[in-house]
Each structure stands twice: as C-alpha cells, then as structure tokens.
Unconditional design. Structure first.
Length: 321
C-alpha cells in the first residue's frame, strides 16, 4: 500500500501544528497534557505582575498567569486570568494575593493563593477576591513617615527655640558672651605659652634631671647593697633576737606591776595597806621628834658621873629663856 504525497504532507503538517502548539504552551509554562482549571481575579494595581508569572500556594508553584487585560466595565481595573495545574481543591472564599517583588528587584511579582477550605469549592471560571500584600518599601514608608513627622516637629521646635533665644538675648548680653569667648581664647593662649615655656625649661634642665635620677638610682643600689651586707652579717637575726628579749622583759615588768597593783609582795602591801602606811608615817614622826629632843637636850638621855654622884632624876628645863 502506497501512501500518497498529499497524505504524507497532511500528516507532517498535523505533527508540525501539534508541536507548534505544544511549544507555545510550553513557553507559556503550560502543559497541554495536564488537566487545568481557569480562574480570574481583579486588581486596581498589578504591582509588576505579568504574563507567565507564578501562581503559588504556600510557596509551591501550582500554575501561571495566562493573561492580564483591562476591565471594559470598570475603568482602572485589571482582570487577571490564571490557571491551576495541580490537583488541589479550595473554596471560592479563597483569596488571590499579589506578592510584590523584593526591594532589590531581583525577584518578580507573583500571585499567591490564600486557601480557604470552608464553603463551596471554586469551580472552573470562578472569580476569586484579590488583595495586594504591602511591599517592603511600603512597610518601610509607613514606619518612616511617623519618624519623619516627629523629626520635622523637633526641627521646627529647635528653630523656634533658637529664634526665641536670639530675641531674648539683649545686645549687651550678646556683647558679654562675645567678650567671654574672647577672654577664653586669651586664657588658652596663655596656657599655650606656659606649656611652651615649661617644655623649654625641661629641655634646658634635662641634664640636671638625668643627673638627679642617676644619683637616686645609685642611692637605691647602695641601700640594696647595705641591706644585703646586713643580712649576711646576721644583723637582722640579732635585731630580732634583741626584740624578743625586750618583749620578754616588758612582759616580766608588766607581771611585777600587776602583782604590785594587786597588793602582792612587800611593795604591794606597802602601797595597798593603808594601816601599815599610817603606822610607818607615825613612827617616822616619833623618830623625828626623838632626834630633835636628843639634839636639843642631850643630858636627858646621856649622864656621866666621874665622882659617883647620884642621879637627880629628870627635871624639866625652862625653855622660856
């Protein structure tokens, strides 16, 4: 059986058309061999969304954007047509949200399905409610705007404060402030001159300072040498031994003083016994009177008789002469 050229041409044409259609859909990221469902949503601003942009659900790509056109019934509104190629079911209450590109511009906008599994399932051709997620720039703008307003308010208040301060200061006060600043500059110049003079003085006496430091170093070394010799001569040990003996002597003396204070021993009894003290004082006075009588009237106590005269006895002399 021979195949005519016309039949061969027709078969080749059919194959070519099929490949062309498949290639076109492949370039649009569609698979003609998979069952797909078509959905729609509307936006006032597509935020950079374009044909063939991804359609995702929880980060997983489940379809692509097929077409974006103006809504002829509502001016300023875009109708976005997209497909779902994955076998997933969600309700018609689900939301189609545009995720804007990143701040770096490296990414692209995409359409994210926020699924809702309660209610009637979304059938082929259903319009899902659309939302636009705030971009990073919008978020930053919302946070920066209040700060910018506060900053402007602070700058305005600062400007008012400076104006009021300038108006408050009288010409005399302003002149005094200028004078104070001038005096401060003069004082700083004086300090600068003093510093220069001190530097010059330090340079002039550098040799003397070095000599003094050298002498101090030599003295320190001499002291160290003397200390070493004292240690070698055991003077330190002898001094420690003397201190120990002195400490023992002081302890013994303290012990004696303690006993005397308590009235122990002869000295303690003499110091502490008031009766003994009074007796000694009385005996001392009587001894003093006896010595005075012996000096004034020796005949009363010593009598010599070479011729055997009898003692006439004691006769009181008249002392009123």
């Amino acid at each position: 059986m021979k195949i005519s050229k016309e039949l061969k041409t027709g078969i080749i044409a059919i194959i070519a058309i099929t490949v062309l259609i498949w290639g076109y859909n492949f370039l649009k990221k569609q698979n003609i061999f998979e069952k797909e469902r078509i959905y729609y949503t509307t936006f006032n601003n597509v935020q950079g969304l374009g044909n063939s942009s991804k359609v995702t659900l929880n980060g997983l790509q489940i379809g692509n954007i097929l077409d974006i056109n103006f809504d002829k019934k509502k001016k300023g509104t875009f109708i976005v047509k997209f497909n779902i190629t994955k076998d997933i079911t969600f309700s018609k209450n689900s939301i189609a949200k545009i995720i804007p590109p990143t701040i770096s511009g490296m990414g692209s906008a995409e359409l994210a399905i926020i699924p809702d599994f309660n209610g009637d399932p979304a059938k082929n051709g259903t319009y899902l409610p659309g939302q636009v997620a705030p971009g990073l720039m919008d978020t930053l703008s919302k946070k920066i705007d209040p700060l910018n307003q506060r900053l402007n308010s602070v700058l305005e208040n600062t400007d008012k404060l400076l104006v009021n301060l300038n108006n408050t200061l009288e010409p005399n006060t302003q002149q005094n402030i200028k004078s104070a600043i001038a005096n401060l500059n003069t004082t700083l110049n004086h300090f600068k001159n003093i510093s220069k003079n001190f530097d010059a003085l330090s340079l002039e006496n550098k040799t003397k300072f070095n000599s003094i430091l050298a002498n101090a170093d030599a003295t320190s070394k001499s002291m160290a040498t003397i200390t070493g010799k004292m240690e070698k001569a055991n003077l330190t040990k002898n001094l420690q031994s003397s201190m120990v003996k002195l400490d023992a002597s002081l302890k013994s003396f303290n012990s004696i003083l303690s006993k005397v204070d308590k009235g122990e021993g002869s000295i303690g009894m003499l110091l502490k016994d008031k009766k003994l003290y009074n007796n000694l004082e009385k005996a001392s006075k009587e001894m003093e009177e006896l010595l005075r009588e012996m000096k004034l009237h020796p005949k009363r106590f010593v009598h010599f008789s070479l011729f055997g005269k009898k003692d006439k006895g004691y006769q009181k002399e008249n002392t009123n002469q």
